[in-house]
Write a protein that binds this ligand. Structure first.
Ligand SMILES: Cc1ncc(C[n+]2csc(CCOP(=O)(O)OP(=O)(O)O)c2C)c(N)n1
Ligand SMILES: [Mg+2]
Length: 535
């Protein structure tokens, strides 16, 4: 706990079991607030939400076996979204373990760390009481160092009472050496000679706090900046070079198609962004990435600048002269925005109303956390994110059920109001944590868009021309459900005037609340069945 507190983590999320009770005792004097949740998936998602909103290490404290296993979906999401999450789990007593045999000890698994191997950067089992604090420090370092991601630490429960002798210094390193100057020169030459350069910025740019230098570089180059889902919020909405939506809008896709040089910053060009790599490889590609392999796994770059995105992009800014044409670029981007917004209103007026009201009513600095639901996809594509870390989206691993518990973590970070956008299906994954919401009185407004089932899959079945199966579902009275936990709740039909009035009230309240909206939305073009690039 001392190691974690030294790193700046002030909130952890957990659920007790007989094996991990000593951690609850240790937390008492550590300066860390351990928020008790009602399911371990919530501990994982809340730790992730906290990490995304703050950039700090998110911590989930869970017990042995099923407790640890219950975090796996959340940990996989953190892995896919490079979110620094530490899972502190206990394991059965070392004294009772017989390697290779499952003896039947309470909560025993043959190899608990192995469950975490494919969804973590590292899965560490503590070897001795003396190894406990160093192992936690090592895990925290691995989780935080770029590219960040989740790390599992398994602690045989008997070690927790054995006592450790020393408090180790926390190991935090910045491991980058200077960027290769020949490569930098080559990249500068490509950019200086580019006629239609484009900057493509991902989550790595946000994590490196590279927004200001990316914005400067874009202005110097007069290059549009296309952000990925994870990169949204990198530049402020009014920035003269910001492409208004991700690349799934054909008009934004055209910017990519026309580019002669693309500079990718902190992105791996994943399938969800590139429409499963149907986007052509640009004639010249420069990649800025902490990991050369990650940069090259999808489109082979002509040159890779390995290093911290903020440092490397600052060096590119320093090596280039400003060129004319910023006014024309901004005008073109505004025209694209008009076209895209007009089409949105024509295609799905409810989405336009929803997002318009969200933007109007959202208090400054509020975080929006979206789930895998149709309203969330609209937010993922079109919500104008006010600043870095003000929008969280599980895309990523595409993990339904992320939204509500992640919003608890983001709110526990103490930065003000969090608005969660959830469907009826996703909300039911973690609805037991309405108890946590009430108990901690977290400043969360949950918008539940209730379309009576799995709307996205309903769309898929309609598109395939098959009857609805498994998608039209019974939903509870969500208002009654929330109120039964002591959470203020109300319901409206559609995204009209009543929605606007209530959302405005709800986001300005001190306490948590739930706003149920009865509506069914058509999904936007950034969802895979609606991608415009066909195989
Ligand atoms: C863990 C997980 N299980 C299943 C899915 C598949 N899935 C994606 S969207 C969706 C429907 C979600 O329903 P709801 O939350 O009501 O949102 P809606 O689609 O109705 O807007 C499902 C089941 C998933 N993405 N993740
Ligand atoms: Mg639904």
């Amino acid at each position: 706990m001392d190691v974690l507190a030294e790193l700046g983590t002030d909130v952890a999320f957990g659920l007790p079991g007989v094996h991990n009770l000593p951690i609850w005792e240790a937390v008492a004097g550590s300066g860390i607030r351990l928020i008790g949740v009602r399911h371990e998936q919530t501990a994982g998602y809340a730790a992730d939400g906290y990490a995304r909103a703050t950039g700090r290490l998110g911590v989930a404290v869970v017990t042995t076996g099923p407790g640890a296993a219950n975090t796996l979906g959340a940990v996989g999401e953190a892995m896919a979204s490079a979110s620094p999450v530490l899972v502190l789990a206990t394991d059965i007593p070392s004294a009772l373990r017989r390697p290779g045999t499952v003896r039947g000890v309470l909560h025993e698994t043959s190899d608990q760390a192995a469950m975490f191997a494919p969804v973590t950067k590292a899965a560490i089992t503590v070897k001795s009481p003396a190894d406990l604090a160093p192992a936690v420090a090592r895990a925290a370092r691995i989780a935080r160092e770029p590219q960040s991601g989740p790390v599992y630490v398994g602690i045989p429960t008997d070690f927790l009472r054995a006592g450790t002798e020393r408090r180790p210094e926390s190991e935090v390193t910045e491991r980058f050496t200077a960027v290769d100057l020949d490569q930098l020169d080559y990249a500068l030459a490509l950019l200086a000679g580019a006629e239609r350069p484009v900057i493509w910025a991902g989550g790595g740019a946000v994590r490196a706090e590279a927004g200001p230098v990316v914005g400067e570089l874009a202005e110097k180059l007069t290059a549009p900046v296309i952000t990925t889902f994870a990169g949204r919020g990198l530049l402020p909405p009014g920035h003269p070079c910001l492409a208004p939506t991700p690349v799934h809008a054909p008009e934004v896709g055209a910017l990519w198609d026309e580019a002669d040089v693309v500079l990718g910053v902190g992105s791996d060009f994943d399938g969800l962004m590139t429409q499963n790599w149907r986007m052509p490889r640009p004639p010249k590609l420069i990649a800025v990435n902490v990991d050369a392999k990650d940069a090259a796994k999808n489109y082979q770059p002509d040159v890779t600048l390995v290093g911290d995105a903020r440092d490397v992009v600052a060096q590119l800014v320093g090596g280039l002269v400003a060129r004319p044409g910023l006014g024309e670029l901004t005008a073109r981007l505004r025209r694209i925005e008009d076209t895209v917004r007009r089409r949105m209103r024509a295609e799905e007026p409810q989405a336009a109303d929803f997002l318009g009201t969200l933007e109007e009513t959202l208090p400054e600095g509020a975080v929006v956390v979206a789930d895998m639901c149709v309203a969330g996809y609209w937010a993922g594509g079109y919500h104008r994110v006010s600043a870095p870390r003000r929008f969280a989206y599980p895309m990523g691993w595409g993990t339904l059920g992320f939204g509500f518990p992640a919003s608890l973590g983001a709110a526990a970070a103490g930065g003000g109001r969090v608005v969660c956008v959830s469907g009826d299906g996703g909300f039911l994954y973690g609805c037991g944590d309405l108890a946590t919401l009430a108990q901690e009185s977290l400043p969360v407004t949950v918008i539940i868009v209730d379309d009576g089932g799995y709307g996205m899959l309903r769309f898929d079945q309609d598109r395939a021309g098959v009857p609805h199966r498994g998608v039209d579902l019974h939903t509870p009275n969500f208002v009654g459900l929330a109120r039964s936990f002591g959470v203020h709740a109300d319901e409206v039909k559609g995204f009209g005037r009543a929605f606007r009035r209530l959302l405005g009230e709800f986001v300005r309240a001190e306490e948590p609340n739930v706003l149920v909206v009865r509506a069914a939305l058509k999904p936007p073009v950034n969802t895979s069945p609606r991608w415009y690039r066909t195989p």
